[in-house]
Design a protein around this ligand. Structure first.
Ligand code: AHR
Length: 656
C-alpha cells in the first residue's frame, strides 16, 4: 500500500528527466531476416480484372469510335445519331426494321435526302462516346454497310469534322452504292492539328435519294495494329502494370442479369457483323465487339495469361439453373469454351478458333466457375460447382478450378463443401481505414493447408460510409485519391507478405470513362475520356508494387507503429524490395535492420508516392500525384530512414 505513491513519484521523475522507462513506446523499427525465407512469392500475384462496366470496352479499351454503330442501343430512336444538313439541304433519318443486313443486324438507319448537293450535302452524324477524337496526322479505318433505293447514283462522303461542322479534319468518299447490302471500307487521314480535339463522324450524300446504313464503324490506330483492336494509350498503361494474368469476362457482366444476357461466348466470336450484342447488367448495351477472341488477343498482346470466368448457371436476376440435366448444357458450353481457347485445331472448337484467325491454342491454366455465387441465396452453388468441377477435371485434369466463394472462414454464408477447389476467389471492397484496421487478418485468416486464394476483386475507398456501389458514390470522382491509394498499398503489402497462400489478386474495376453518366461504380483504377487517359494514385501504387516484386518472401518483424510493410527478395539479382506505407499525416522515422546480410550497397533507390490524402489525378491534371525516384545514401545493414507523410515507398536495396 505504501509503495504506490513512491512508484508514481519515481515514474514522474523518470519521464521528466527523459530516462527511458517501461511505459515509453519502443523506437519504431523494422527487422528483416534477409537471409531467411517466409515462402515463395507467387509469380502470378499481380493481375488485372476486367468486365464491361463504366464503359470499359465500348467507349473505353475497345477502340471503336462510333457509338450505337448497329442502331440497337435504343429501339425507339437512333441514339447518338443526328441528321446533318448543310444550307439548302434537307433530310430525315429513321430506324428501319424492314431492311436488315442479317439476324444480328436487324435494324438499319434510313437517310432520306429530299434535297442535297455537292456543295450542300445531307447526312448522318455520330457523336461517338462523348466525342470522336480527332488526332493530328492520324489514319483512321472506316467501314459501313450501305444500300441505296433505286435511282440514287450519288456518292457517300465520309468525314471527321468539328462538332459544329465548320472544320473538316479528314475526308474520303465512296462511289457506286448499289441496291444490295455491301460493306465499304475507306481510310481517312487527318492533317496537322495543334492538339487532339473532340469531333463528330459524318456520312453524307451529295444528291437527293434514300440510303440505308448499318454497322457504321471507325477505328483509330490500334495496339499492335490489330483490326477490331484496342486503344493504344490504355494498353500502354496496362503493359506498364506488368500484369501476370487477366481475369475476364467478369464480374457481373459474365453472369448477366438474365441467362439470355449472360456472356454467351459463342455469340461473341466470328465477324462483328454476326454479333448482335446484348444488354449488360450495368444498364447499357454491349456491342460484343470485345468478344472472346479479342480478350485472348488482349492477353497475348500484354504477354499475360487468361483466368477464364465460366458462366455457371447463375444470373443476377433469375433463379439459378437446376442441377443435373438442366445445368448440363451450360457445363457443355464451358467445355466448348475451354476447347475454343486451348484445344488443338483438330477439335471442333479449336478449328473454329483457327478459322477466326488463331490456329495456335492459347495458354490456359486457370478457370473460375461462376462469380460471387454467395449471391445465389438458394445455396445451389455447392452442387453447381461440383457438376462443373467434375466435368472439367475429367476432360482437363491440367486445369486449376477456382471457386467463386470461400471454403472456410468466408464472411458471406454459402460455404463450399462438395469439392475442394484449387483456389477460392474472395473479394474485398473496403475503406482505407477498414483495410488498415483489419490488415493483420490477411496474415492469419487463410488456412495454409487449404486451397490457395485469389483475391479476384479488391479496392480501397476513402469514406467507409460511401460504398462503391451506392448512389452516393456517383457524387464522388470516378477515380480514387491518395487516401485510397494508401489503403490499396496496405492491402498489397499484406497480400505480398502472404503470397505463399494468396496466389493471385486483381484490383476492380480497372477502367472508367469519366464522363458524367458513363460510370456506375467507384473507385476505378484508370480514368479516360475520348482524348485522354490517366492513372489514379492507386494505379501508380500498383505499378510500383507489381514492378518490384521479387521471388522470395522475407520474414519481418516490426514494433507497433502504423506503417505497413512488406519485404521480398529477387534471387536472380540479389535485390531486396522493402515496401513501406505510411498512412499518417506526419513523417515517420524508422530504424531498419537487414539481418543476415554480409553487406549491402551503400546507395538504394527509393520510389515514393506521397501527397495529401485528398490529392488525386484527373483528365485535367493527370500527373498531380505520381511516383518520384531518388537515391538514398548511407545504407548499411542497420540504417535509419524517414518515411514521408501519407506516403507509399518502395526501397530497392542491393544485397552484396
Ligand atoms: O467490380 C464491380 C462488381 O463488384 C463486379 O461486377 C462484381 O463481381 C462485384 O460485386
Amino acid at each position: 500500500m505504501k509503495i504506490r505513491p513512491i512508484l508514481a513519484i519515481l515514474y514522474l521523475l523518470a519521464v521528466g528527466i527523459g530516462i527511458p522507462c517501461a511505459q515509453a513506446a519502443a523506437e519504431p523499427s523494422i527487422t528483416v531476416e534477409a537471409d531467411k525465407s517466409a515462402g515463395t512469392v507467387s509469380p502470378l500475384l499481380y493481375g488485372l480484372m476486367t468486365e464491361e462496366i463504366n464503359h470499359s470496352y465500348d467507349g473505353g479499351l475497345y477502340a471503336e469510335l462510333v457509338r450505337n454503330r448497329a442502331f440497337l442501343d435504343d429501339a425507339s430512336a437512333p441514339a447518338h445519331w443526328s441528321v446533318v444538313t448543310a444550307d439548302g439541304a434537307s433530310a430525315t433519318i429513321e430506324l428501319d426494321r424492314n431492311e436488315p443486313v442479317n439476324a444480328a443486324l436487324p435494324v438499319s438507319l434510313r437517310l432520306g435526302a429530299a434535297s442535297a448537293s455537292d456543295a450542300s450535302p445531307a447526312g448522318i452524324a455520330n457523336e461517338g462516346y462523348w466525342g470522336i477524337p480527332a488526332f493530328s496526322k492520324t489514319r483512321y479505318n472506316a467501314s459501313f454497310y450501305a444500300k441505296a433505293a433505286p435511282g440514287f447514283s450519288g456518292k457517300i462522303v465520309v468525314s471527321i469534322q468539328s462538332e459544329d461542322g465548320k472544320t473538316i479534319y479528314a475526308k474520303s468518299e465512296v462511289k457506286g452504292v448499289g441496291q444490295t447490302w455491301t460493306q465499304y471500307h475507306v481510310s481517312l487521314k487527318t492533317g496537322k492539328l495543334a492538339a487532339p480535339v473532340k469531333a463528330r463522324y459524318v456520312l453524307a450524300v451529295d444528291r437527293p435519294g434514300t440510303v440505308w446504313f448499318s454497322l457504321v464503324s471507325l477505328f483509330p490506330p490500334t495496339w499492335k495494329d490489330r483490326p477490331n483492336g484496342l486503344r493504344k494509350d490504355l494498353m500502354q498503361m496496362l503493359v506498364d502494370m506488368k500484369p501476370r494474368f487477366l481475369r475476364f469476362p467478369g464480374g457481373n457482366y459474365m453472369e448477366g442479369d438474365t441467362i439470355e444476357t449472360r456472356f454467351d461466348w459463342r455469340k461473341t466470336i466470328g465477324p462483328v457483323s454476326e454479333r448482335a450484342g446484348k444488354m449488360g447488367p450495368w444498364k447499357y448495351r454491349s456491342s460484343d465487339g470485345m468478344g472472346l477472341m479479342e480478350f485472348l488477343l488482349w492477353c497475348e498482346d500484354m504477354g499475360t495469361e487468361p483466368v477464364l470466368g465460366l458462366y455457371a448457371g447463375y444470373s443476377l436476376k433469375e433463379p439459378a439453373v437446376k442441377l443435373g440435366a438442366e445445368l448440363a448444357p451450360f457445363v457443355q458450353e464451358a467445355l466448348d469454351e475451354i476447347e475454343y481457347v486451348s484445344g488443338p485445331v483438330t477439335t471442333q472448337w479449336g478449328a473454329q478458333r483457327a478459322k477466326d484467325g488463331h490456329p495456335k491454342p492459347f495458354k490456359l491454366r486457370y478457370v473460375e466457375i461462376g462469380n460471387e455465387d454467395f449471391f445465389d441465396r438458394s445455396g445451389s452453388y455447392d452442387g453447381r460447382f461440383a457438376q462443373f468441377y467434375d466435368a472439367i477435371k475429367t476432360k482437363h485434369p491440367e486445369l486449376q478450378c477456382i471457386s467463386s466463394i470461400g471454403v472456410s472462414d468466408h464472411p458471406v454464408k454459402g460455404l463450399l463443401s462438395s469439392r475442394t477447389p484449387d483456389l477460392m476467389d474472395i473479394h474485398f471492397y473496403r475503406s482505407t481505414d477498414e483495410f488498415l484496421k483489419k490488415i493483420t487478418e490477411f496474415d492469419t485468416r487463410f488456412d495454409r493447408k487449404g486451397p490457395k486464394v485469389m483475391i479476384g476483386e479488391w479496392a480501397a475507398h476513402e469514406d467507409g460510409r460511401i460504398k462503391p456501389w451506392s448512389k452516393e458514390a456517383l457524387g464522388q470522382p470516378p477515380t480514387p485519391s491518395m487516401k485510397a491509394a494508401i489503403g490499396d498499398a496496405a492491402c498489397m503489402a499484406a497480400m505480398e507478405r502472404n503470397s505463399d497462400i494468396i496466389a493471385m489478386h486483381c484490383y476492380a474495376p480497372l477502367f472508367a470513362n469519366v464522363n458524367p453518366g458513363a460510370w456506375q461504380w467507384r473507385p476505378n483504377l484508370i480514368g479516360y475520356d475520348a482524348l485522354r487517359a490517366y492513372g489514379s494514385p492507386s494505379y501508380y501504387a500498383f505499378v510500383m508494387f507489381s514492378g518490384n516484386l521479387g521471388d522470395q518472401i522475407l520474414p519481418l518483424t516490426k514494433t507497433d507503429f502504423p506503417v505497413q510493410v512488406s519485404a521480398t527478395r529477387d534471387n536472380p539479382t540479389g535485390e531486396i524490395f522493402l515496401k513501406l506505407v505510411n498512412p499518417q499525416a506526419g513523417e515517420q522515422p524508422v530504424k531498419i535492420e537487414l539481418r543476415g546480410l554480409a553487406s549491402v550497397a551503400p546507395e538504394a533507390t527509393a520510389i515514393t508516392l506521397a501527397a495529401n490524402p485528398e490529392d488525386t489525378n484527373s483528365v485535367e491534371e493527370p500527373t498531380k500525384v505520381v511516383p518520384k525516384r531518388s537515391l538514398v545514401s548511407g545504407i548499411k545493414p542497420e540504417f535509419s530512414y524517414l518515411i514521408p507523410a501519407n506516403a507509399i515507398v518502395v526501397l530497392k536495396l542491393k544485397a552484396r
